[in-house]
Design a protein around this ligand. Structure first.
Ligand SMILES: Cc1ncc(COP(=O)(O)O)c(C=O)c1O
Length: 359
């Protein structure tokens, strides 16, 4: 007789990942990978330090610093908060999953404005949450006032907000997040700011002083280009972090990621320069898409959501030209998403768009 899994998992849908072809073919072909919103700037000093660190046996044979002391201090200094308000994880996904595991139990409601980052659905559902989707209509403008008016009496246990939003690109003002936290005082408001380094004015870290029910997640995968090394963190009140720390497994946060995170924070001006280039390229591409008549949303992050008829055909055409973009058509009719990295990659992407539009 087959062993029966937890019933919660039997009905659970796995997060849909795209084919992982770039890993199989990149050694033989030039791949322009614009499908997962990874940062693409690995400065020479990072590689130099990585090489030096990896010549030490300890980096292979010792467990990492489970408390991530140096990294936590560097993050706290950089954010202007106390070390008691920062908790590190191997990627912000693990931070999101841990928040769900600690705060949700069977049948509690989780409010999620959609379209949004779908991996979170799996985290919330597997922790027992009942997902309540709040559909936004094109052009996908988020309204805190509507959310409060429509759901105030629903008593959700968790609200999941993403700002800048993936895939729509919109921002949620700090004052709106504060209003939501106040309107739902018994709710954990998870604010996912994975892309905030591309819009630093949208940072909501200050909110943790005024609101004890907000947890902000952030990552080194986007602006800091360390997606492969897995590094993320939560900024929140110490009361929240004390609970989440109970299930955090510090052994999973590798020492190379910790050290490189610290080094990148020390050399933030290099990263800021790269962010400026990404923003310039994004705005250039947005302008070009407008000229071509391609519908797309305004983005405050390192990607653009755009629309083309027959997205499956378009994806195949992009791939034929060595360009990988993301199919978002299940969430947004005819929707595709392109990551912004270099001007050269954006130009290569645009050449395929021009062919598709002229079809
Ligand atoms: C909104 C959002 N949150 C979190 C993540 C995951 O980031 P990490 O690599 O830190 O797990 C992503 C990755 O695409 C994302 O888009």
């Amino acid at each position: 007789m087959a062993v029966i899994p937890n019933p919660r998992f039997q009905s659970l849908e796995a997060y849909e990942i795209t084919p992982q072809e770039p890993w199989q073919i990149y050694e033989d072909y030039a791949v322009t990978k614009l499908d997962w919103n990874e940062g693409a700037f690995v400065p020479p000093f990072v590689k130099r330090i990585a090489r030096r660190l990896l010549s030490n046996d300890e980096y292979y044979s010792w467990y990492p610093d489970c408390a991530a002391i140096e990294l936590t201090k560097a993050l706290a200094d950089s954010l202007g908060v106390s070390v008691m308000n920062v908790l590190t994880f191997p990627g912000s996904d693990v931070a999101l999953e841990s928040l769900c595991r600690v705060y949700l139990s069977g049948g509690e409601r989780v409010l999620i404005p959609v379209p949004t980052y779908e991996n979170f659905f799996t985290f919330a559902a597997s922790a027992g949450g009942e997902l309540v989707f709040v559909p936004l209509k094109p052009p996908f403008e988020f309204s805190a006032a509507s959310l409060i008016a429509d759901y105030r009496h629903d008593r959700p246990k968790v609200i999941y907000l993403v700002s800048p939003n993936n895939p729509c690109g919109y921002l949620i003002a700090q004052s709106d997040v504060r209003e939501i936290c106040r309107a739902f005082p018994d709710t954990l408001v998870i604010l996912d700011q994975a892309y905030v380094d591309f819009s630093p004015d949208a940072s909501c870290v200050d909110l943790i002083r005024a609101c004890d029910n907000v947890a902000i997640t952030r990552t080194f995968s986007k602006a800091f280009s360390l997606a492969g090394l897995r590094l993320g963190y939560v900024v929140a009140s110490h009361d929240i972090l004390k609970q989440v720390a109970k299930i955090r497994n510090g052994k999973n946060l590798g020492m190379l990621a910790q050290k490189l995170g610290v080094e990148l924070l020390k050399r933030k001006t290099d990263v800021q320069q790269w962010i400026r280039q990404v923003v310039e390229t994004r705005d250039w591409l947005s302008h070009r898409l407008t000229t071509l008549g391609v519908t797309h949303s305004t983005s405050y992050a390192n990607f653009i959501l755009f629309e083309l008829p027959d997205p499956k055909y378009a994806l195949a055409e992009f791939k034929r030209h060595g360009v990988y973009v993301r199919d978002k058509s299940k969430a947004v009719p005819n929707g595709l998403r392109v990551t912004i990295t270099t001007r050269q990659a954006a130009a290569q992407f645009l050449r395929v768009v021009e062919k598709l539009v002229a079809r």
